[in-house]
Write a protein that binds this ligand. Structure first.
Ligand code: NAD
Length: 261
């Protein structure tokens, strides 16, 4: 139990990777603030399940992080609820797929607002709290697309490259304040975000989702398997550990060899 009595805020944790990270941090004893959208009864069930399973306190705040006042208010609500903030995981993200020439500007704005600006605003609000406590861990969920590009993902790739850059800047600034700042760069993880892309591909090509899953993996990853949200949770736990206290400013790939090529 490396995180007993610590508090972790995980954005976008009602689903997918964020939920995997929240579960892994709760298993280490951290109290958790969940965030994200979804059915209210389902989220409440999730909250109670995590609390019961791991004997920690779990609360939920549905702040919309696309709004400029969302991330700061969420950080403040977490401190108000738990009295502290030790771990911030900036995970919430969205995707839209289209070529640059027809990419809707409103989609660009939305992706930059959530996938990049909310990361900046979350760090901006959390760093003074963590400095005051003399300890903190900031984990930004970037992507293999924070390191390399793919066609049709201009806003996502720009935002994720921005997250890797912002991670490095923040890490340097707080290097001697007991705070580390890192970016996790996953390859394909089978979550609703990717399931939607698979559905679109299968519909466009008139194929089955299983066939598109294999094609998706084979296009990008030497290793033909998805990373699980639990494995990303385990990486987040490592980044919070004492062993990782000098790991900072690092984009850390967990991608089946995607960016090794
Ligand atoms: P997901 O769609 O399963 O989860 C996204 C989460 O963000 C949900 O909880 C959703 O409610 C929340 N969210 C959406 N809009 C929000 C808003 N405006 N304010 C607050 N919360 C909001 O997606 P996922 O695949 O788990 O993605 C999580 C992160 O991992 C994203 O940043 C994504 O870019 C990144 N990522 C995913 C993959 C992958 O293959 N799935 C790969 C690399 C990086």
């Amino acid at each position: 139990m490396t995180l007993r009595d610590k508090t972790a805020l995980v954005t976008g944790s009602t689903s997918g990777i964020g939920l995997g990270i929240a579960r892994a941090l709760a298993a280490e004893g951290a109290n958790i603030m969940l965030n994200g959208f979804g059915d209210a009864a389902e989220i409440d069930r999730l909250r109670r399940d995590l609390a019961d399973q791991f004997g920690v306190e779990v609360d939920y705040d549905g702040a919309d992080l696309m709004r400029a006042d969302g991330p700061g208010a969420l950080v403040e609500a977490t401190r108000a609820r738990f009295g502290r903030l030790d771990v911030l995981v900036n995970n919430a993200g969205i995707q839209h797929v289209a070529p640059v020439e027809s990419f809707p500007t409103a989609k660009w704005d939305a992706i930059i607002a959530l996938n990049l600006t909310a990361v900046f605003l979350g760090m901006k609000a959390a760093i003074p709290i963590m400095k005051g406590q003399g300890w903190g861990r900031i984990i930004n969920v970037a992507s293999a697309h924070g390191l390399v590009a793919s066609p049709n993902k201009v806003a996502y790739v720009a935002a994720k490259h921005g997250v890797v850059g912002a991670t490095k800047v923040a890490a340097i600034e707080v290097a001697n304040d007991g705070i580390t700042v890192n970016a996790i760069c996953p390859g394909w993880v089978l979550t609703p975000l990717v399931e939607r892309q698979l559905e679109e591909r299968a519909e466009a090509a008139g194929t089955e989702i299983a066939a598109e899953s294999n094609a998706l993996l084979a296009e990008k990853q030497p290793m033909l398997q998805f990373t699980s949200p639990d494995a990303i949770g385990a990486l987040a736990v490592y980044l919070c550990s004492d062993a990782a206290r000098t790991v900072t400013g690092a984009p850390i790939s967990i991608d089946g060899g995607w960016v090794a090529q």
